[in-house]
Ligand binder design. Structure first.
Ligand code: NAI
Ligand SMILES: O=C(O)C1=NCCCC1
Length: 266
């Protein structure tokens, strides 16, 4: 049996670039839709009496360009934040499609983070008229997904303002400072603004990304502009809270399009 190849996070980080990742994610979505890829529903193993979860995410793709059989194994340990570790850690296993032998184990944490933001970019690209309308992006949260969404969205769309709200305001301030420094270094002119209040953060937004682990809604539909595009990035035990927005009988959020985890309201 051939030796199993191991690809570390250092190597993965050197390889990833936004143009390739966004185009690969878009291609993967098309392959799933056109049945060139098999993507079964992930299995969820929760460790009893904890919030800790192991997800198994298998997949197979067969196109003119490539064939691959793989499985991503992801852990979600929410209390890792207090240990200075990412709450989501992932590894990806690739198998020989003729023999089933394991050939590659690669770090999947960065790939998962980039893939998730790239999926939001693709959804936003198709649902919004990105060039003429997207002036303000609002990000709810200031963790891993908040930062990577800010980077991916600015790479693709160049919003003039990026608003950030987080439960702990200092973290929103820190993220804005970090992103502002990076944009200054790159000579771009966008403004990163931390908000104390969620309503103020989202009310002018053309696109919203929710990136928290909150289990109750944080945004009320009455606060958002007509036509706003909302990307909901999350995992909860209760799928009914999955878009982290609120609506009631009199003011219904009208979901006219759903693509992956993304919603558009009119
Ligand atoms: N990191 C990744 O690669 C992926 C993450 N996700 C999902 O995205 C969401 C965020 O993940 P990460 O950014 O990795 O986590 P993180 O641990 O880096 O950040 C979590 C964020 O949620 C906020 N938060 C937690 N509980 C809250 C509450 N009750 N109310 C308001 N805010 C609260 C924190 O302040 C922080 O901003 C999670 O639901 C996760 O399952 C989904 C796919 C991939
Ligand atoms: O890879 C993904 O997609 C994940 N979604 C929810 C949390 C675990 C990873």
């Amino acid at each position: 049996m051939a030796a199993i190849k191991q690809i570390t996070s250092e190597t993965i980080c050197k390889i990833l670039d936004w143009k390739s990742v966004i185009s690969a994610v878009e291609e993967a979505m098309v392959n799933v839709s056109e049945k060139r890829a098999v993507q079964n529903v992930r299995s969820v193993t929760q460790i009893p009496k904890t919030d800790n979860i192991l997800f198994a995410m298998p997949g197979y793709v067969n196109t003119d360009k490539s064939t691959a059989l793989g499985c991503k194994l992801v852990t979600l340990f929410p209390s890792n934040a207090q240990k200075n570790l990412p709450s989501i850690l992932a590894n990806i296993l690739l198998f020989n499609e003729n023999t089933g032998a394991l050939e590659v184990i690669m770090d999947g944490t960065e790939i998962t983070a980039w893939r998730t933001a790239a999926a939001s970019v693709v959804a936003t690209k198709y649902i919004r008229d990105v060039n003429s309308q997207n002036k303000t992006l609002a990000i709810i949260g200031a963790g891993t997904q908040a930062k990577i969404h800010a980077i991916a969205f600015q790479q693709q769309f160049k919003f003039v303002k990026v608003h950030v709200w987080n439960r702990t305001h200092e973290k929103a301030e820190m993220l804005c400072k970090e992103l502002q420094c990076q944009s200054t270094l790159h000579g771009t002119i966008e403004e990163y603004i931390p908000f104390q209040n969620v309503e103020e953060c989202v009310k002018e937004a053309d696109v919203i990304v929710t990136t928290t682990s909150a289990t109750t809604p944080l945004i009320h539909h009455k606060w958002v502009k007509p036509g706003v595009h909302i990307n909901g990035k999350l995992w909860t035990k209760s799928s009914k809270n999955n878009n982290r927005t609120n609506s009631d009988k009199n003011h219904k959020l009208d979901l006219i399009t759903k693509l992956g985890n993304s919603y558009f309201s009119k």
